[in-house]
Design a binder for this molecule. Structure first.
Ligand SMILES: [Zn+2]
Length: 414
């Protein structure tokens, strides 16, 4: 029996670091090697027991059926391995001796149970913001009755309007504290219960209502919330935002009490005995998803791609606004984006760069579709350029495709 380890044939596959919340932590390279024929696994009976050879798909299937216990890193590593057709493909991917991925997952509560989330998964950024040290306890369930405190002075209340276009629902954000009062961003649809919950989450003290844009899941709650404030306190908070453009659809007409200028600061302040307490929002005009879009709102979402619906939506403006937001991230050292739908996004600059790359990749596919089918219909082009997207999304994809076609024509890209 040859007991020498063939070290040159063992490769670094990935790199796992134990979650921040666990008392005992490991920093572990996972290795991969081709199994020579005729091997019999022998356990050391210290850390390993009852070894079996098992192929990844089978292990995952047995695990899903509850018959094969595996820990989180093993499950995710095997899931990752499934994207390779065979051992040769895995080993080829490992040739440069760098891990294929490194992960230090974050823990949360889902349906009351502990759940773990890797860097590329939607909840990761929110967990980094709310539980920076990895504390276990942040629930990920969407509950429209419960405001979620994301930061000391920032709460999120999600409207009870989940759906195809709204994901878990519209996120309303409440910024401020009891002394300064609050700004409510995106009161959402005209839903009496949601509006009342916003009022309570703000402790009945609302100084201003901001709408990121006029779409029906964002702005219709503004006037009823304002009316509630007036009725309850006798004071009327101003509605801030941008008037809808003439290109807006009938369900998206909106006029604020005051137009927000690009770069304008919305400030809440309170003179306390030990100094002035201030919260500041900076309005950044971000046309693209809608002509009257300000802040990040629907411009950058977590878990879905925003629709650019011309003529009110404009792809060139959308890409320019991504650049504007990327610049703001650099200028103000912004690491997190609070989207109008979905969890908080972390690694803001990278997320924006990723979005832009994704759009330009899609545009390359649209250009290819136009060149392959110059006399095709919009439906033909969607089939060609959005083949990787589920067919039920094609009617919506048509709108974004049109926006790409307009940009391609305007810039003479094809
Ligand atoms: Zn929208």
């Amino acid at each position: 029996m040859n007991s020498a380890l063939a070290g040159a044939e063992v490769y670094l596959l990935c790199h796992w670091i134990t979650d921040r919340d666990l008392p005992k932590r490991f920093d572990v390279p996972f290795l991969v090697a081709r199994m020579p024929p005729g091997q019999i696994p022998v356990p050391d009976n210290g850390e390993q027991f009852e070894p079996v050879w098992v192929n990844p798909a089978h292990a995952l299937a047995e695990h899903a059926a509850g018959r094969f216990f595996m820990v989180f890193p093993t499950i995710r590593t095997l899931e990752h391995l499934q994207r390779y057709s065979d051992v040769n493909a895995v080993l080829a991917a490992c040739q440069n001796e760098q891990p294929l991925f490194t992960s230090c997952p974050r823990a949360a509560l889902t349906g009351g149970n502990e759940s773990r989330h890797m860097e590329h998964e939607p909840p990761f950024g929110e967990l980094a913001l709310v539980c920076p040290d990895g504390q276990l306890g942040h629930p990920l369930d969407w509950d429209p009755t419960r405001p979620v405190r994301l930061l000391k002075n920032v709460q999120r209340l999600t409207a009870p309007n989940p759906g195809f276009m709204t994901g878990p629902g519209t996120n309303s954000y409440i910024v401020g504290d009891p002394a300064t009062g609050h700004v409510v961003i995106d009161p959402g649809p005209d839903d009496a219960e949601h509006i009342e919950r916003l009022w309570h989450a703000a402790g009945g003290h609302i100084q201003a209502i901001v709408c990121t844009h006029s779409h029906p899941d964002h702005s219709p709650g503004a006037r009823p919330l304002q009316a509630l404030c007036t009725a309850q306190t006798g004071r009327t908070p101003a509605i801030l935002g941008l008037s809808s453009a003439t290109t807006s659809r009938a369900n998206s007409r909106f006029t604020p009490d005051k137009e927000l200028q690009n770069g304008e600061l919305v400030t809440l302040s309170h003179q306390a005995s030990d100094g002035i307490l201030t919260h500041t929002l900076k309005a950044i005009h971000t046309p693209g998803h809608a002509a009257n879009h300000v802040f990040s709102g629907d411009h950058i979402l977590n878990g879905s791609t925003t629709v650019i619906d011309p003529p009110d939506g404009n792809m060139n403006d959308y890409l320019d606004s991504l650049d504007t937001l990327a610049l703001a991230c650099t200028e103000h050292d912004i690491g997190f984006i609070l989207p109008a739908h979905g969890y908080v996004l972390g690694h803001a600059p990278q997320a924006i760069a990723h979005l832009k790359a994704h759009r330009l990749q899609r545009e390359a596919k649209v250009i290819a579709a136009l060149q392959a089918l110059p006399d095709g219909s919009v439906q033909d082009w969607v089939r060609h350029a959005y083949g990787d997207v589920p067919e039920r999304l094609w009617p919506v994809a048509e709108r974004s495709l049109l926006a790409h076609v307009q940009r391609i024509q305007t810039l003479g890209l094809a």
